[in-house]
Ligand binder design. Structure first.
Ligand SMILES: [Zn+2]
Length: 232
């Protein structure tokens, strides 16, 4: 059975799992039999595929199977829909570990890693003494280059403290993170800021002492959805 009965890129061909190469070099590929567009599966809670080798406007996009199906039928991606209509598509949750309240609808769900922003922490370096972490900023402090050790560390280790891995769910009321030992619930009405960062997005809530940063497969989408959800 083809993955897409109609190719989302050219809307003519069929996308099938075919074997390419020879002998031990044989590999499976999801290719369109007309335009040769390729779909590469990505690791995620919901099946997602990267489109490559195409001149479609969605080339280099990673979207869910449901979104590709919609695009194949002349639809648009969920993010485009949200930006265009200022409305959030409803997501039917699967394998989610939360109980929705009465009247609560889910919009996004994916695997996520939670970090806390080290806002007020001071850092010591070997040669230059104290360096203040920039409030709210994740960029590397230029003075840190003095310290050979911290120079080799990614910005995560200086600005962010990893807390837990788990799942993140956005509903029309809440943002819920559930990890093995840690969970966080943020009411949308308390959110006063959303910002994109190199590793994900940052949430500022009037109820939280520290800003939270979530690493998700598609941070831009999450930020856009939350902005729309908060405005409603
Ligand atoms: Zn095609």
């Amino acid at each position: 059975m083809p993955l897409f009965p109609k190719c989302p890129a050219c809307k003519i061909g069929e996308v099938n799992n075919i074997k390419v190469g020879w002998f031990i070099f044989k590999k499976e590929k999801l290719l369109c039999n007309y335009c040769k567009a390729e779909f590469i599966p990505q690791d995620s809670l919901y099946p997602r595929y990267l489109l490559t080798n195409s001149d479609s406007k969605y080339n280099d996009e990673i979207l869910t199977k449901a979104e590709w199906d919609f695009i194949a039928n002349n639809g648009i991606s969920n993010l485009e829909y949200v930006k265009k209509y200022n409305k959030l598509p409803i997501l039917i949750l699967k394998n989610a570990n939360i109980i929705l309240q009465k009247g609560e609808k889910s919009h996004l769900h994916d695997s996520a890693r939670l970090y806390e922003l080290r806002v007020e922490t001071k850092y010591k370096t070997k040669s230059s003494g104290r360096i203040d972490a920039h409030k709210g900023g994740l960029f590397t402090n230029p003075y840190q280059s003095i310290d050979v050790h911290s120079e080799s560390l990614p910005e995560i280790s200086t600005g962010l403290k990893p807390v837990a891995s788990g799942q993140l769910i956005m509903t029309n009321k809440r943002l819920v993170f559930t990890g093995e030992y840690v969970s966080r619930t943020i009411d949308l009405k308390d959110i006063v800021g959303i910002e994109l960062h190199a590793i994900g997005f940052e949430v500022v809530s009037i109820k939280l002492a520290r800003n939270l940063v979530f690493q998700v497969p598609d941070a831009e989408k999450w930020a856009e959805y939350i902005k729309v959800g908060v405005r409603r």
